[in-house]
Ligand binder design. Structure first.
Ligand code: UDP
Length: 466
């Protein structure tokens, strides 16, 4: 699958990429960097010291640390680095980052310290502060959106949700349909974690949308057969060139993992019958209370299906020792394996995997679609409820857990997808969706053409020599 970097091409243009420092954002940005490198561009990655990428895995790239280089800089040094609090860095970096970026770009563009010359800057959409800095150098900035097109349209509608009073509805309306996005329920948009267009999250998303609109282009990790209507709408509403391609089909995300992969379970997985194992993972940031952890554990064991469950050491809130909350060592029995972190795409591609119990992060969702694996969706917050709704209610390649983590509901969803006859329909649709994706990558297909257009577009920029 991996496009091996072409080492012999004449790399006469450089692209600078700047990921947001969280796993679900670093992965797609580094995948995109590999894709562009394979198309002949030189690559520079700007990054923070917080969650810095593993540079050893990318000897073909140049890396530069910016923003939090001074350990005594109190703007950054006192910020939490674990759990949900770590996301506060997004606000602080956006507030103070412009000077550091300007200085770095000055070195690269004005003083011409980097060869070959720079064509453009590609930053995560959430780094909205980068647009005005890029403008001041006449440097085109492209945005990488690391979630779906559908999700972007929903975020862009936060002022509408606010004006129409969705955020003030009481709990009797949670199951109501959202008129602007009929596939969504009110509870889905409340889980975005935003309660007003003017609260911190609302402003962040407002700025993200505004500066994406001001950018030279948007790159989406998706494919048109999945989000054709959303592509039309984004192109119409935003008037910015869009490029849609499924990154996991070009490069896996394993080399940008911030945690070490466990591979010791593969011999066990190799021995399992085809489509018999449930893969369970809730992503890089989600945390549960101890009671929820136990509900999930019971739901998995009660399903009587084999499972491989990723439990990060910080997955259970307040727990100091990994797995201390399990009833006893024998609880999982013969059928269950728990691991700290895995090369997820490799697991999803394994013939033994029959379904994925997922928190519905966009990378996990797309990786599952890429491998034709049906999903049981159990979202926490942010874009996850939107992805879950699309997978279960639009594409019908999965089912949603509607009531959080309750063992009976978990067991019954697993049975429905992996055991019951009806589950075969879900599995079949997941296979068909994967086939559509595969076809889109063949010469002349939508994803193939989108990559060609992206490369042509970046190559068309006047090389910035200032
Ligand atoms: N991932 C991984 N190993 C694991 C679990 C997850 O490498 O054991 C990767 C997964 O392949 C995906 C990323 O972590 O690329 C998670 O991103 P996602 O958008 O799904 O969720 P987030 O972590 O941002 O909530």
């Amino acid at each position: 699958m991996e496009n091996q970097p072409r080492s012999t091409v004449d790399r006469n243009r450089r692209v600078i990429l700047f990921p947001l420092p969280f796993q679900g954002h670093i992965n797609p940005m580094l995948q995109l960097a590999n894709i562009l490198y394979s198309q002949g561009f030189s690559i520079t990655i700007l990054h923070t010291n917080f969650n810095a990428p593993n540079t050893c895995n990318y000897p073909h790239f140049t890396f530069k640390a910016i923003l939090d280089n001074d350990p005594h800089d109190e703007r950054y040094s006192n910020l939490p680095s674990q759990g949900f609090g770590a996301f506060s860095r997004i606000f602080v970096f956006n507030q103070y980052g412009a000077d550091a970026l300007r200085e770095e770009l000055k070195q690269m563009l004005v003083l011409g310290k980097d060869e070959p010359p720079v064509s453009c800057l590609i930053t995560d959409g959430i780094w909205y502060f980068t647009q005005s800095v890029a403008d001041s150098f006449n440097l085109p900035r492209l945005v990488l959106r690391t979630s779906s097109l559908f999700c972007f349209l929903v975020y862009a509608s936060i002022p509408i949700f606010d004006n129409r009073g969705y955020y003030k509805l009481d709990s009797t309306h949670l199951e109501d349909q959202v008129a602007e996005f009929p596939v969504l329920k009110v509870k889905d948009i409340l889980k975005l974690g935003i309660r007003s267009k003017n609260d911190a999250g609302g402003e962040l998303m407002g700025n993200m949308v505004k500066q994406t609109k001001a950018s030279a282009g948007i790159i989406w990790n998706s494919f048109k057969e999945l989000e054709g209507l959303e592509f039309e709408r984004v192109s119409h509403d935003f008037q910015v060139p869009s490029f849609v391609l499924p990154f996991p089909k070009h490069f896996t995300s394993s080399s940008s993992s911030l945690l070490e992969h466990d591979r010791t379970f593969f011999p066990w997985l190799d021995q399992q019958p085809p489509n018999s194992v449930l893969y369970v993972s809730f992503g890089s940031a989600g945390q549960v209370e101890e009671k929820d952890f136990l509900e999930i554990a019971h739901g998995l064991v009660d399903s009587k299906q084999s499972f491989l469950w990723v439990v990060r050491p910080d997955f259970v809130k307040g727990s100091s020792t990994w797995l201390e909350t399990l009833p006893d060592d024998q609880f999982l029995g013969e059928k269950g394996r728990i691991v700290k972190w895995v090369p997820q795409q490799e697991v999803l591609a394994h013939k033994a995997i029959g379904a994925f119990l997922t928190h519905s992060g966009w990378n996990s969702t797309l990786e599952s679609v890429c491998e034709g694996v049906a999903m049981i969706c159990s979202p926490f917050w942010g874009d996850q409820p939107l992805n879950a709704r699309c997978m279960s209610d639009v594409w019908k390649v999965g089912v949603c857990l509607e009531n959080g983590w309750q063992r009976e509901e978990i067991t019954s969803a697993i049975t429905r997808v992996m055991v019951d006859e009806g589950g075969e329909g879900i599995q079949e649709r997941a296979r068909v969706l994967k086939q559509k994706l595969d076809v889109s990558l063949i010469k002349g297909g939508s994803s193939f053409k989108s990559l060609e257009s992206l490369v042509d577009y970046i190559s068309s920029f006047h090389v910035n020599k200032n």
